[in-house]
Design a protein around this ligand. Structure first.
Ligand code: GDP
Ligand code: MG
Length: 371
């Protein structure tokens, strides 16, 4: 709900602020001229002064509508690659698996020169792309979700075949289910003598994940991050899962996406990796990202190459931020630089106000609750 300052409300009602403050005291609300009243309190006071209150979108709501942009028509949608997060219990091989998958794409010319990490990697497999987020684990997943960002299409659940289902395996299952993200299981470490994939299948069935080969609908792929065995089957499974999901986006519109990583670089200033959710991101575009804004000065892909544009599902490092955004922030291209600045500024204002503990007046609700 929105808030209004005492002096602004007095202005709007055409009464003196002191008069308004007296009335507020009558209601048990102690507030100074520069303090904010919540919506309910403001409505009660306004009604007492004989004003009628008309519901109107707040500035924040109006800005969110601008940022959201128009919906895409079904005809405008084309296929986009799946975005995959690797989850699972500690030491079950998440990092090793990601490294192994990344290594599959290293061509002769790149060998020895593995490129910088930008927070996500694009793997090409049989002319199809799969995008892997580099930060494994459910913490990254949940912290992004807590901020309203959902970038993952498919979760790879890594379970070590010599260890089986462990507490963080169960947590990962719960998080993926809560986010409605389908799970593909990688039964890892099958190279080990103590590996028992069937034990893993049995344990997972207790959590509602029934292997396809046992008549269920969860794809489970035995792999070894160490030897590379089964990695291609895993990629195949992810593409299959993507086909089932029919992932699509409009690649022709102004871009939108999510910040998945942000850092202050010594030489380059604030840089962030954006995962494009829809549209085409181009050098020169003006953007808002959370409470910051800027103009795209350069785009760098996951192989460290400069590119002119990036389409749906593509991770790309963006240069041109005025300040550092945060992981989980939205990223939206706007046509008008002044509008971008003004939206970023008002978001900054709101953050500042929320962090000032004494800025708000006591709300009527708080007051009534204390009676
Ligand atoms: P994470 O904590 O899930 O990221 O797990 P890591 O990738 O760090 O792996 C934990 C340990 O398991 C490391 O010592 C790896 O070398 C080892 N490991 C990972 N995958 C395999 C595998 O497929 N086979 C074997 N034998 N060891 C593995
Ligand atoms: Mg790790």
């Amino acid at each position: 709900s929105s808030a209004i300052m005492v002096k602004d409300l007095a202005d709007q009602l055409g009464v003196k602020a002191t008069e308004l403050i007296k009335r507020l005291i009558g209601l048990g609300v102690m507030a100074g001229v520069n303090q904010e009243l919540d919506r309910e309190t403001a409505v009660i006071i306004a009604t007492e002064f004989g004003a009628t209150v008309e519901e109107r979108a707040t500035q924040e709501e109006q800005e969110e509508i601008i940022l959201q942009g128009e919906d895409d028509s079904p005809e405008s949608l084309t296929e986009r690659p799946p975005v995959v997060t690797v989850m699972g219990h500690v030491d079950h091989g998440k990092t090793s698996l990601l490294d192994r998958i990344r290594a599959t794409r290293v061509t002769q010319s790149e060998a020895g020169g593995i490129t910088q990490h930008i927070g996500a990697s694009v793997i090409e497999w049989n002319d199809r792309k799969v995008v892997f987020l580099d930060t494994p684990g459910h913490e990254a997943f949940t912290s992004m979700r807590a901020r309203g960002a959902q970038v993952t299409d498919v979760a790879v659940l890594v379970v070590a075949a010599n260890d089986g289902v462990m507490p963080q395996t169960v947590e990962a299952i719960n998080h993926a289910k809560a986010a409605n993200v389908p799970i593909v299981v990688a039964i890892n470490k099958i190279d080990l003598p103590g590996a028992n994939p069937d034990k893993v299948r049995t344990e997972l069935s207790n959590y509602g994940l029934i292997a396809e080969e046992w008549g269920g609908d969860t794809i489970m792929v035995p792999v070894s991050a160490r030897t590379g065995e089964g990695i291609e089957n895993l990629l195949e499974a992810l593409i299959l899962q993507a086909d089932v999901l029919e992932l699509k986006a409009n690649s022709q519109r102004a871009a939108q996406g999510t910040i998945i990583e942000a850092k202050l670089d010594k030489g380059r200033g604030p840089v962030a990796t954006v995962l494009v959710s829809r549209g085409m991101l181009n050098v020169g575009d003006v953007f808002v990202a959370g409470a910051v804004y800027g103009r795209v000065r350069a785009l760098i892909n996951d192989r460290g190459q400069r590119v002119k544009s990036a389409g749906p599902s593509m991770p790309v490092e963006v240069l041109g931020f005025n300040q550092l955004p945060e992981a989980g922030d939205d990223f939206v291209i706007l046509a008008d630089e002044r509008q971008a600045k003004s939206i970023a500024d008002s978001r900054q204002d709101r953050i500042r106000r929320q962090s000032e503990p004494n800025a708000r007046g006591v709300s009527l609700d708080d007051f009534l609750q204390r009676l």
